[in-house]
Design a protein around this ligand. Sequence first.
Ligand SMILES: Cc1cc2nc3c(=O)[nH]c(=O)nc-3n(C[C@H](O)[C@H](O)[C@H](O)COP(=O)(O)OP(=O)(O)OC[C@H]3O[C@@H](n4cnc5c(N)ncnc54)[C@H](O)[C@@H]3O)c2cc1C
Length: 241
Amino acid sequence: MKVRLIDVSQHPLETLDEFASASYNTDVSKFKKVGKLLDVCTASGHTSVQESIWFVFHIEDVSRSLLAQFTRHRMAGYCVQSQRYVDQSKFQYITPKTISDNPEANHLYALHMANTREEYKTLVNDYRVPKEDARYLLPEATTTCINYSVDLRSLIEASHQRLCNRAQWEIRELFNSFKKIIYMTVDIPRYGEARISKYLVPKCETNLDCPFCTEHNSCGKHPKLKEIYQVYLNHKNDKEA
Ligand SMILES: Cc1cc2nc3c(=O)[nH]c(=O)nc-3n(C[C@H](O)[C@H](O)[C@H](O)COP(=O)(O)OP(=O)(O)OC[C@H]3O[C@@H](n4cnc5c(N)ncnc54)[C@H](O)[C@@H]3O)c2cc1C
């Protein structure tokens, strides 16, 4: 997987402060620290102001399986390589670790991919099937490239879902890449610390000071909300007894 930031708001935190200042007629020039309103508004749930920051990413070498999961996040713009027009006779593919770690499974998988390439070529070259129809035999593992345009609010909300350990490894890796790139290329050079990327967390870490899980099948990283509440109830009952 390769991920690259094509473009980002020119002055993200400065713009957000200016944007959000309309609420209370705040004089942002008096702020000691730029981006104060991102923290204040996020903490109070005034998350629409996050829409004033945007990013454009280029993503390569991800599977069509990932594409199906990724594009379920409707609050974003996508441009995806067309299998109707781009020749797929040398298609590359993603191999999950559970397959590559097992030599026999890996052999079976690689053989299937090699055969599929040959069958695709036969359909297109020998039977003159248009590429847009021949692609129906391609596997979900086939790699693709995607351009992704998203505002910070949507990226945060999608990260809550896709950085969760219950999400699949490939899309988790993608959202971890977004976080790392924003940290390395936006946060550190412009603000010297994790100002924007700190919000790209799994949903269990939305409340950074008191993480808890609401999943039915928890991964165990943080306590379940029910467990925390039970401790509170026990404490309350002890005090009242
Ligand atoms: C671990 C995991 C497993 C999943 N498994 C499945 C599965 O088995 N099958 C399956 O089909 N999907 C599955 N999904 C996809 C999931 O149901 C969502 O479609 C996907 O995560 C996108 O989320 P979203 O709709 O919140 O995102 P977006 O489309 O980006 O929407 C963002 C937010 O905008 C608002 N919004 C958007 N559209 C509307 C609307 N029409 N009406 C009201 N509010 C709206 C909502 O607040 C929404 O949360 C899975 C997702 C995850 C993370």
